[in-house]
Design a protein around this ligand. Structure first.
Ligand code: SF4
Length: 259
């Protein structure tokens, strides 16, 4: 139940179960979550109600400056990141300067730690924006969320707060022509008196069909790790995650499972 917010623009490095030694970049405010989804499992908590003041996003120059300071500090300590990851308090591609910040990050990565990958963890809500789409094509790990093949499950689990269409999202994911990694959070339990379970045969079958169309380079399959806003949600067993991964492997797509 005790969710948390990142209180800095640059955070970590942390050992990520999915990515290795990860230096995080939070392009959202440090005091509130901003997201186009409101997932019931979100580790940052639920979206806040209306604020009196507009949420303040960090400027491009400040992100550049803080990232450069941190990379120099890490070099001084002899620890370099395996990956520089855009994540944080919400959806990073909502930042209006996202494309320019990606270019800056590539510049700083090439200068200070050319071996490091650049990853973006996103919910795919802005991939119809050409600037965002083109920026995502430049990163090493373009990781986009697809939690089910059924729109009704996504609405229950991820609660998009924009004009969401699963069909349109999939069409946009196909436009990456395989330069995309799909991330899927599997979760079970109850939410507001309704059963939640995206591991059902219907969910998984329709999700596999969409993966066939998207042809991603791989799929990250995982479940709840930390506290979520509702204690009525449960982890999915590693055996179930492995069973789902095997089905993805059967259609010729690699998987990474974190239980
Ligand atoms: S997309 Fe990510 S940040 Fe947004 S609500 Fe879902 S889990 Fe939280």
């Amino acid at each position: 139940m005790s969710t948390f917010l990142f209180n800095k623009i640059i955070f970590g490095p942390v050992k990520s179960r999915r990515l290795g030694v990860s230096l995080g970049i939070n392009l959202l405010p440090v005091d509130t979550k901003v997201c186009s989804f409101d997932c019931i499992y979100c580790e940052c908590g639920l979206n806040p109600g209306k604020r009196e003041n507009r949420a303040v996003l960090p400027g491009r120059e400040k992100v550049f400056e803080d990232l450069e300071i941190k990379l120099k500090e890490m070099i001084g300590e002899g620890v370099l990141p395996d990956v520089i990851t855009f994540a944080g308090n919400g959806e990073p591609t909502l930042h209006p300067g996202f494309g320019g910040i990606i270019e800056d990050t590539i510049f700083l990565r090439d200068k200070y730690c050319p071996e490091a990958r650049i990853a973006v963890l996103s919910n795919a809500s802005k991939i119809d924006n050409e600037a965002v789409f083109n920026a995502l094509l430049k990163v090493d790990d373009n990781i986009q969320k697809l939690d089910s093949g059924l729109e009704e499950t996504i609405r229950l689990l991820d609660r998009p707060n924009y004009n969401f269409s699963l069909k349109k999202t999939v069409e946009d994911l196909i436009r990456f022509e395989g330069k995309v990694i799909i991330q899927t959070m599997f979760v079970k339990g109850m939410f507001n008196g309704t059963e939640v379970d995206n591991t059902t045969e219907r969910d998984v079958k329709s999700w596999l069909e969409l993966l066939r169309q998207i042809k991603p380079q791989s799929v990250m399959i995982y479940t709840i790790e930390r506290d979520t806003p509702f204690d009525t949600l449960k982890k999915v067993s590693v055996a179930d995650l492995d069973r789902i991964a095997a089905l993805v492997n059967d259609i010729g797509i690699q998987t990474q499972v974190s239980g």
